[in-house]
Ligand binder design. Structure first.
Ligand code: NAD
Ligand code: K
Ligand code: MN
Length: 348
């Protein structure tokens, strides 16, 4: 491959501060990856207020036709209903069929507040559950009533299950925990649980996952356990909403959301994205932690097979964390986004 075409969608808030840092880190990899070519694309709340559309069709078309992969920052979605607005990241995941959200949470050093020996991956289903966003409000006998559809399909559960088994099988401990709430939601979560459980018995599995130990845990007690003994978890697979919540919770164990990367992965496209949102409380101050985004770039490159480039990014970031001298305020440091980036670039 001659070049690597990377769509950049910083979107809103600190996304605009951390995605440029990821870009700079990728550029520092030199010949360890094909020559990167960046394509700036718009989406988000600001785009919506400017143009009336949160996810321009042009952005989707360019991602599909002209990009090998993409990096997404974060959107500022309002908590109230705004006519015509819909979260562009939720839409993009569906448009590009990025059905798996893979979120590794790993402790690398005793950063302030960090629990040692956390080394887990949350595999979050990325296209359905309550995120189908079919909500209605009606008026009943006792006033307003709001309902939401929670969609769980065999197809989506099976492919996220396959992704989770693949990941678990590739790791030393080979442990997969299925997260659900089937004791209450026996039909929806029941289908998810059953379908994931049956992945090793599919003809195409063909004994591949024999070494994987399967366990399961109800989502509420999984959070409890995550806080008490996070070391018991290896790969956790969950429906969309539980996966979202679990990964933010796991982030707290290793010090900050500003450290946690993800990829949105499908069969033909991958988009790196820090797990955090647009962080309006620190936006514009230049103190957002760029590490989640740099690690997201590493995950994206690794997914594409550029292991050397990915390793270099991860090693540099880990070293900065371990040294503990140049850290942003979320990690009790006093450094800026740019100072952390500079420290990473010096190592690179
Ligand atoms: P958030 O993740 O933006 O922030 C939670 C807390 O973590 C804040 O205190 C913030 O300052 C801190 N934080 C997050 N990232 C950080 C970083 N890189 N460095 C330092 N500190 C960091 O969550 P929120 O406050 O609940 O949501 C804010 C907005 O983000 C909302 O509009 C929400 O819709 C949006 N959001 C978007 C995405 C996405 O783009 N996929 C994900 C989550 C939230
Ligand atoms: K994000
Ligand atoms: Mn989230």
């Amino acid at each position: 491959r001659q070049s690597l075409r990377i769509g950049l969608i910083p979107a809103d808030g600190i996304g605009k501060e951390v995605i440029p840092a990821a870009k700079a880190a990728i550029l520092a990899l030199g010949s360890d990856i094909p020559k990167p070519q960046f394509i700036d694309l718009s989406a988000g709340w600001e785009t919506f207020t400017r143009t009336g559309v949160a996810l321009p069709q042009e952005t989707v078309d360019i991602l599909r036709q002209d990009c090998d992969c993409a990096l997404f920052g974060s959107v500022s979605s309002p908590s109230r209903k705004v006519v015509g607005y819909s979260s562009p990241i939720v839409a993009l995941r569906k448009e590009l069929d990025l059905y798996a959200n893979i979120r590794p949470v790993v402790s690398v050093a005793p950063v302030v507040g960090e629990k040692p020996s956390v080394d887990l991956i949350v595999v979050r289903e990325n296209t359905e559950c309550l995120y189908v966003k079919q909500e209605v409000q009606t008026v009943g006998e006792h006033g307003k009533e709001a309902r939401a559809t929670r969609l769980i399909t065999q197809r989506a559960s099976q492919r996220i299950g396959q992704m989770a088994f693949e990941l678990a099988n590739s790791r030393p401990r080979k442990l997969l925990t299925i997260i659900h709430k089937s004791n209450v939601l026996s039909i929806t979560d029941g289908l998810f649980r059953e379908t994931v459980r049956s992945v090793p018995t599919l003809p195409e599995a063909n004994g591949k996952y024999d070494q994987v130990t399967i366990s399961e845990q109800l989502v509420d007690s999984a959070v409890y356990r995550l806080f008490r003994e996070p070391e018991v978890f290896d790969v956790m697979v969950a429906p969309n909403l539980y996966g979202d919540i679990l990964s933010d919770a796991a982030a707290a164990l290793v010090g900050s959301l500003g450290l946690i990367p993800s990829i949105n992965a499908g069969d033909s496209f991958v988009m790196g994205e820090p797990v955090h949102g647009s962080a309006p409380d620190i936006e514009g101050k230049g103190i957002a932690n760029p590490i989640a985004s740099i690690r997201s770039a590493a995950l994206m490159l690794r997914h594409l097979g550029y292991t050397k480039g990915a390793d270099r990014l991860d090693t540099a970031v880990d070293q900065v964390i371990r040294e503990g001298k140049v850290l942003t305020p979320d990690l009790k440091g006093t450094s800026t986004t740019n100072e952390v980036l500079e420290a990473v670039l010096r190592i690179l």
